[in-house]
Design a protein around this ligand. Structure first.
Ligand code: ADP
Length: 170
């Protein structure tokens, strides 16, 4: 599998699947989530609503992932995953790694060959970039998946640098 980095907007990526840094309500939010729903149109939210009603009445648990179609985005699917909120007291690294593993597992189920990830949990959820980048890159590298390209799409120069360092470190 190839891991690539790009600074830019994840909603502009023409890949098979775009990963959304969702929250457990699946009802939209700010950051990546806001951008995905704004640009993807109302059909994504409609599918999320159905998922809530059928499978995730209590919300999508942290560390898990679920797919919808991608509406007007130039991708085929959106894989919604819920990152952990950063905690200085409790090590939640496994949950952040799980987001990446589970997203790739869902991508395999869909038959997605190219998948774009944002820097999950590094926005509103407060995860320091360096740590998040190491966990994300490590989890993707360790995953047993048929996905051929994982593209990390980083919004800011700082996020790009953190992922670049994580990629060259190991
Ligand atoms: P979380 O709640 O998991 O922290 P956020 O969406 O708040 O998720 O932020 C995750 C990361 O995504 C942050 O680094 C933020 O700068 C970045 N981001 C925000 N909008 C976009 C976008 N359109 N494309 C790619 N990354 C984005």
């Amino acid at each position: 599998m190839r891991i690539t980095l790009l600074q830019g907007d994840i909603t502009a990526q023409a890949v098979d699947a775009v990963v959304n840094a969702a929250n457990s309500s699946l009802m939209g939010g700010g950051g990546v989530d806001g951008a995905v729903h704004r640009r993807g149109g109302p059909s994504i939210l409609e599918e999320c609503r159905r998922l809530r009603a059928s499978r995730y009445g209590r919300g999508l648990p942290t560390g898990q992932a679920v797919a919808t179609t991608a509406g007007d985005l130039p991708a085929r699917w959106v894989i919604h995953t819920v990152g952990p909120v950063f905690s200085p007291e409790e090590d939640r690294s496994d949950l952040l790694a799980s987001c990446h593993r589970e997203s790739l597992r869902v991508a395999d189920e869909l038959g997605a060959a190219t998948v774009a990830f944002p820097a999950v949990s590094t926005g509103v959820f407060g995860w320091p970039l360096d740590g998040a980048a190491r966990i994300a890159v490590g989890a993707v590298r360790a995953a047993a998946t048929r996905v051929r390209e994982v593209r990390f799409v980083l919004f800011t120069p700082d996020a790009y640098t953190a992922f670049e360092q994580a990629l060259t470190a190991g």
